[in-house]
Design a protein around this ligand. Structure first.
Ligand SMILES: CC(C)(COP(=O)(O)OP(=O)(O)OC[C@H]1O[C@@H](n2cnc3c(N)ncnc32)[C@H](O)[C@@H]1OP(=O)(O)O)[C@@H](O)C(=O)NCCC(=O)NCCS
Length: 168
């Protein structure tokens, strides 16, 4: 019995261990991979060129989530005056559910705060539960609603909520 519990004591943390990831600033060279991740995550995926156009802007901030030698997620924002808007965040499907987006968002918000940004906004489809849980846990609150803001793959119109978080 003691041997079994010792075995389980070693095995279980291994099974539920979070992957060893890092969050790093992303740059123009990441555009093709970010586009790939975006296309896999969203109905209207952004092209490499669209990412390049955003990343080239001086007021764009992006981070990539790395596992081993691969980029498995990203977050990207655009800023104006002392406000930022999170434009997109995604984690590759097979790596979801391990809390990795929390690290990505926390690092990104820290970076925005470090650049003097005071408030962050975002829009998210109102029934996107993982995303809403992510943002709510990070301190975002719903401040508005946009009816029929998105269209899903079947053409159905979906509402969005606007969320806000102050950076202190
Ligand atoms: C949103 C997204 C980035 C979250 O990434 P992730 O690394 O899987 O997120 P986490 O594992 O940190 O989970 C986030 C929260 O969602 C919850 N969650 C995960 N899957 C869920 C599901 N299917 N239904 C409901 N809640 C879910 C988790 O429990 C967690 O909440 P908690 O912190 O209160 O426990 C990821 O789901 C994704 O890439 N989705 C597609 C793109 C997208 O919708 N982006 C957001 C658009 S604004």
């Amino acid at each position: 019995m003691a041997r079994l519990s010792s075995f389980l004591g070693k095995l279980l943390p291994q099974l539920f261990r979070r992957p060893d990831t890092t969050v790093e600033p992303a740059n123009l060279r990441d555009a093709p991979r970010l586009s790939q991740l975006h296309r896999a995550a969203f109905h209207r995926g952004w092209s490499t060129e669209e990412f390049e156009q955003i990343l080239i802007e001086r007021n764009a901030f992006a981070h990539r989530l790395r596992l081993g030698g691969s980029t498995i997620g990203f977050i990207i924002s655009r800023t104006a005056a002392d406000e930022a808007e999170i434009l997109s965040v995604a984690v590759a499907q097979k790596h979801r559910g391990h809390g990795l987006s929390r690290d990505l968002l926390r690092t990104h918000l820290g970076h925005l705060a470090g650049h003097g940004l005071k408030t962050v906004f975002l829009e998210v489809e109102e029934n996107n539960r993982p995303a809403r849980a992510l943002y709510e846990r990070a301190g975002f609150r719903v401040v508005g609603r946009r009816d029929r803001y998105y269209k899903d793959a079947g053409g159905e119109q979906l509402n969005a909520v606007v969320m806000r978080r102050d950076l202190s």
